[in-house]
Design a protein around this ligand. Structure first.
Ligand SMILES: Nc1ncnc2c1ncn2[C@@H]1O[C@H](COP(=O)(O)OP(=O)(O)OP(=O)(O)O)[C@@H](O)[C@H]1O
Length: 259
């Protein structure tokens, strides 16, 4: 099973009596673009939170790149190459775009208190490397000209690109994108799709929660459908839109449009 990058087994999370994620077992192919769709409240964001280590599971296990990451802290999971973006981007608005990207938790010597005192040259060297990498990823996302602007003045779409730049700091193997198209104007959405496809061509995998079915149908090689905390169907885009359970639970009239 070397071609599976992420797997969950019996993953569950309850909030009181509500089973937000209910016994989810899934496998994500290495290097693919997988869509995760379903109605509001289906448990998609909670599943992302569980995988990224922000939400603790009530039960179940998560493997990433062949190792268990169950119970790992978010920064450790991020450093391992599994990064997520948020439905509503959360940049530090009073910091510059460049500073926001440099804050991504890469393995920096400067984070270790004693190094600041005893190995300042090493810390300076690491900061220089971090800055160079940040400028590189800002260049890739088309935000280099905005590096010194405050993150708070970016448009919704630019903030999504900033999120993408931030997660690229760790050279991720899998990126979880939470509603990348939401609040993004059509022109910038094309740029975002272009960047996702380009990163995927370099071997980076994506798991994407998205309500924009045009985008899902265009770029996803396979789709997982959730409803009421459970996975109700997994398949190729053309099979998913024809599946009656999926149409009933989510797609409704959208099916004909998507085809
Ligand atoms: N921290 C929490 N405390 C209590 N209930 C929660 C919490 N987080 C999520 N829920 C509930 O869990 C269920 C699943 O929510 P979740 O946000 O994961 O769904 P979703 O599929 O991402 O929905 P959307 O498409 O609207 O973003 C919802 O009923 C939600 O109200």
């Amino acid at each position: 099973m070397s071609d599976v990058i992420l797997a969950t087994r019996g993953l569950s999370r309850s909030f009181g009596a509500l089973r937000a994620v209910d016994n989810v077992s899934l496998s994500i192919a290495d290097g693919g673009i997988t869509g995760l769709i379903g109605p509001n409240g289906a448990g998609k964001s909670t599943l992302f939170g569980l995988i990224a280590g922000e939400v603790m599971p009530s039960a179940g296990e998560i493997d990433f790149a062949g190792q268990s990451i169950t119970g790992f802290r978010p920064d450790r999971i991020f450093r391992a190459g599994l990064a997520r973006t948020f439905q509503i981007p959360r940049p530090f608005p009073k910091m510059t775009v460049l500073e926001n990207v440099m804050l991504a938790p890469t393995a920096q010597a400067g984070e270790q208190f004693w190094n600041n005192w005893f190995r300042p040259a090493l810390v300076r060297e690491e900061e220089k490397r971090c800055r160079a990498r940040a400028m590189e990823v800002l260049g890739f996302t088309g935000l280099a000209a905005k590096a010194q602007d405050l993150a708070g003045v970016l448009s919704g779409g630019q903030q999504k690109l900033l999120e993408l730049a931030r997660v690229m700091m760790v050279e991720p193997r899998l990126i979880l994108l939470d509603e990348p198209a939401a609040g993004v104007n059509p022109a910038l959405l094309e740029t975002l799709i272009e960047k996702i496809v380009a990163l995927n061509a370099r071997g980076i995998g994506f798991l994407i929660v998205e309500h924009n079915m045009d985008m899902v149908m265009r770029i996803c090689g396979s789709i997982i459908v959730m409803a009421q905390g459970q996975v109700i169907f997994t398949g190729r885009p053309q099979d998913v839109v024809r599946e009656q359970r999926v149409v009933d639970a989510y797609l409704g009239d959208v099916t004909e449009l998507a085809l």
